[in-house]
Design a binder for this molecule. Structure first.
Ligand SMILES: [Zn+2]
Length: 307
């Protein structure tokens, strides 16, 4: 998504100290999965900004933000830029952890898929397990291990793609899981021409009684968010997120219209959600819908003053 920054080593160090509400996030689980051969080669590519210690980042880092908010980041790094100096020994244990339940108390059946892909600029993807058919939200990197784990949870009936940036290995997933892909027509290009369900117009569109797709143009013209009503969670793709410095619409990556993106943030005031799961940035749990709206209004007021 962007060139690596000089502060990468700081972020990496901090990410492994992260101890939020993610499952399976203790640092000991983030051991190496690179072969010793690769480790040797990577030591030569160790960025000079790395702090001393077992973990380090090489020059292939694309600054996708994944490692700053999740662990085991080493396995999810889309460019395999994170290494350790010691040989691997528990990679199989780490692999078994994906997809990871996000919060078994308030988000039962919602998982983080891990395996971020550089084809999606390292964006996160999610799985919703529901009686009406599971939904993959955006595309993880394809691996047979993840495929098997997803199948143990019932596979996927749909793959909902928030927009054209985060489609990664959509074709492989469609072939292996038999899921129908959903993407707004305005986002379709030659690589997604075969997508089974193309959304037209401005919606909203329903997938059963529990899921509504909401058109949120701005980041791209056909960006769409998914509202999963039973757990009041909004999957925002690249539309809106909590970044390192607070709420953000990531203007520097805007591909369509910043004013329209802000208008689409306003639309979120009318949506009934308490969790927000973005493609990039931090997942957020609001106290309640009113707390969500207070945060959104404060963000919009600050932005309007700057425009
Ligand atoms: Zn995007």
């Amino acid at each position: 998504m962007a060139a690596a920054t000089a502060s990468t080593s700081f972020h990496i160090r901090r990410s492994f100290q992260y101890n939020g509400n993610l499952q399976n996030s203790s640092p000991k689980r983030v051991k190496a999965f690179q072969s010793p051969t690769i480790i040797t080669a990577s030591l030569e590519a160790r960025r000079p900004q790395n702090v001393s210690g077992e973990f380090f980042v090489d020059h292939t880092c694309i600054d996708c933000d994944t490692c700053r908010w999740m662990a085991p980041a080493l396995l999810s790094c889309p460019t395999s830029s994170i290494h350790t100096e010691k040989p691997p020994h528990d990679i199989l244990e780490v692999q078994k952890t994906f997809p990871i339940p996000i919060d078994e108390h308030t988000l039962l059946g919602v998982y983080h898929c891990g395996y971020h892909s550089d084809k999606s600029f390292g964006a996160a993807s999610y799985l919703i397990v529901r009686a009406e058919g599971n939904i993959l939200v955006d595309s993880p990197r394809y691996t047979t291990k993840l495929e098997n784990n997803l199948k143990m949870l019932g596979g996927a009936r749909y793959m909902f793609l928030t927009h054209s940036d985060d489609v990664a290995d959509h074709e492989k997933w469609s072939n292996h899981l038999g899921c129908e892909r959903i993407l707004h027509l305005l986002e379709v290009d030659h690589s997604t021409a075969a997508v089974e369900i193309k959304l037209e117009g401005s919606g909203p569109w329903n997938l059963g009684d529990d899921v509504t797709l909401v058109h949120t143009p701005g980041h791209t013209e056909g960006s769409v968010c998914l509202l999963y009503k039973p757990h009041k969670v909004l999957f925002t793709g690249d539309h809106f997120a909590m970044g390192e410095l607070g709420w953000t619409i990531a203007e520097r990556y805007n591909k369509f219209s910043v004013p329209k993106q802000l208008s689409s943030v306003k639309l979120m005031l009318d949506l009934d959600f308490e969790w927000m799961l973005p493609g990039h940035g931090r997942r957020t749990k609001f106290r309640d819908v009113e707390d969500k709206n207070l945060s959104l209004r404060a963000f919009l007021e600050t932005k309007m003053q700057l425009l």
